[in-house]
Ligand binder design. Structure first.
Ligand code: ADP
Length: 488
């Protein structure tokens, strides 16, 4: 009853008109080729795949599928370019990277719209978070290019060589920036593969790279699915692999390069704990819970997908959380009012729906707000599960969707033990007004990132990465440079 009353009250008070972002200034080609050696070239085997808009399942463009021959061509171009690029002064390298950053800024709206069309994320997020952060990463690492001797005092950092970079579909342009910017700043050249469901902004980036005058072959972009990624991983003339994606593929890559001299960084899955103490500012914490799990439809490796609420405030937090969930707008990614967009692909929707069934079969109590989902495309309402325990699969395994598992706790020791009881170790959030408690937890939680009274905040200066099955190495900040240099 309570559920209906809340939603009806909200809908009566707040009826938003549609506020669709315009798409008429966006340039998307019908067909995209591979970007190798500074130009767009046809795939040797002539194969293409479709990229679709997940909010209506309509085809957006055909995209070239890179074969082993194409990957080899890209690696050769990157190797050739390495000779000149690695010898260029840091100041000169920096100029190009600054230019790329500025061009992204200039075309930010176009990037944002394409990101939302291709990936399903709300335009509010692609405009306000993904694209500005991507530009910031290029600005930040451009600044390091001529200051590497300060980054590594009394040592002489040298570039590693050709980096093979494989990125996921949840933050397509941002992940490309995380990978390309530090590699270029340190004098490496790259072969990057975007994810098969979201290749378009990386290809737009290729256009910008062409426009920037970056020496040819320094950045090569080869599109394709897992097989193309595996060709990059296994190519004998690649010196370093940087991968962001699922833990399963990360393990496969680790095995594939074992025994070779390739360097490796992995940024994998997570099952972040979001911990609310009784002395937290409750309303802010509720907003924090929403942001932690529903940002980008929960397609976030560092999502706060396990909520721990101190028992004394559990009832009030859960009641406020349910009310807030009633107000979330699920719908067109291009509507500026939308909070939760489309699920990225049919495959991912299937995974999420399977986990919801698993939760129900495990006997957990589900709550989903009343919302009308669009008829076409891939959608999942914001979902929470109560009555869950540590051993449930929905608590242990990464769902990568808008699904939250809620548990309660009484003491600090108990919540530390529960929060750390996971194969992952990427992120955590702590909500309390007591500074000492916050700092104590940051020491005790096995997570690469611990947010205090906030969640999902990203900054180019801040290292990002995980422990245990969440990965190896750090990206961002000074730490992010280290993965792309070697010392004699
Ligand atoms: P998800 O399961 O969420 O789609 P993946 O880890 O499969 O995540 O995908 C992340 C990236 O890894 C994508 O660019 C994908 O094409 C790529 N990929 C998938 N399988 C492999 C593989 N065996 N080797 C290298 N890259 C792969």
């Amino acid at each position: 009853m309570h559920k209906k009353a809340d939603s009806e009250m909200f809908k009566a008070l707040w009826a938003y008109d549609k506020a669709a972002e315009s798409t008429d200034h966006i340039q998307i080609k019908k067909k995209y080729e591979l970007f190798i050696d500074g130009k767009f070239v046809k795939p040797i085997k002539g194969a293409y795949f479709d990229t679709v808009n997940p909010s209506n399942n309509e085809k957006i463009a055909s995209v070239a599928e890179g074969s082993s021959e194409d990957v080899d061509k890209a690696v050769k171009a990157a190797r050739k370019a390495f000779k000149g690029w690695s010898k260029l002064s840091g100041r000169e390298r920096g100029k190009y990277i600054y230019r790329i950053a500025r061009l992204i800024q200039e075309r930010a709206t176009e990037f944002a719209v394409i990101e939302s069309l291709d990936g399903g994320k709300p335009i509010r997020e692609s405009k306000g978070i993904d694209i500005p952060l991507a530009a910031n990463h290029f600005f930040y690492y451009a600044g390091w290019a001529d200051k590497l001797s300060y980054a590594f005092p009394n040592r002489t950092p040298k570039p590693i060589g050709v980096a093979g970079q494989i990125i996921p579909w949840n933050f397509p342009l941002l992940m490309a920036a995380w990978k390309i910017a530090p590699a270029l700043a340190t004098g490496n050249t790259v072969v990057l593969k975007p994810a098969e469901t979201t290749p378009l902004t990386a290809l737009k980036l290729a256009e910008i790279i062409e426009e920037s005058g970056l020496p040819k072959g320094v950045v090569n972009i080869v599109t394709g699915a897992g097989e193309t990624g595996a060709e990059i991983v296994n190519h004998p003339d690649i010196d370093k692999i940087a991968f962001t994606g699922s833990t399963n593929v990360g393990k496969y890559i680790q095995k594939a390069i074992a025994g070779t001299s390739k360097k490796l960084t992995l940024e994998l899955g997570g099952k972040g704990a979001n911990i609310i103490f009784e002395d937290a500012a409750i309303d802010q914490a509720v907003e924090g819970i929403i942001n932690a799990i529903f940002f980008n439809q929960g397609h976030v490796c560092c999502a706060g997908s396990r909520l721990f609420v101190q028992e004394s405030v559990a009832d009030v937090v859960i009641q406020k959380l349910k009310s807030r969930m009633e107000t979330l707008m699920v719908g067109s990614p291009l509507d500026k009012n939308t909070d939760i967009g489309a699920i990225n692909s049919k495959k991912q929707l299937q995974t999420i729906e399977d986990y919801i069934k698993i939760g129900l079969n495990e006997g957990c109590e589900i709550y989903q707000p009343t919302c009308d989902l669009p008829k076409k495309g891939y959608w999942c309402p914001p979902t929470l599960f109560l009555n869950v325990s540590q051993s449930h699969r929905i608590v242990q395994e990464e769902i990568f969707g808008p699904v939250l598992a809620i548990q309660t706790f009484r003491t600090i020791d108990e919540v530390i033990e529960k929060a750390n009881n996971t194969p992952y170790g990427l992120s955590a959030g702590v909500w309390t007004q007591t500074g000492s408690k916050l700092f104590y937890l940051t020491q005790k939680l096995n997570a690469g990132i611990v947010w205090g009274n906030t969640f999902n905040k990203f900054d180019p200066t801040s290292p990002f990465g995980g422990y245990k099955e969440s990965g190896i190495g750090r990206e961002g900040g000074l730490h992010g440079l280290k993965s792309y240099v070697k010392f004699d």
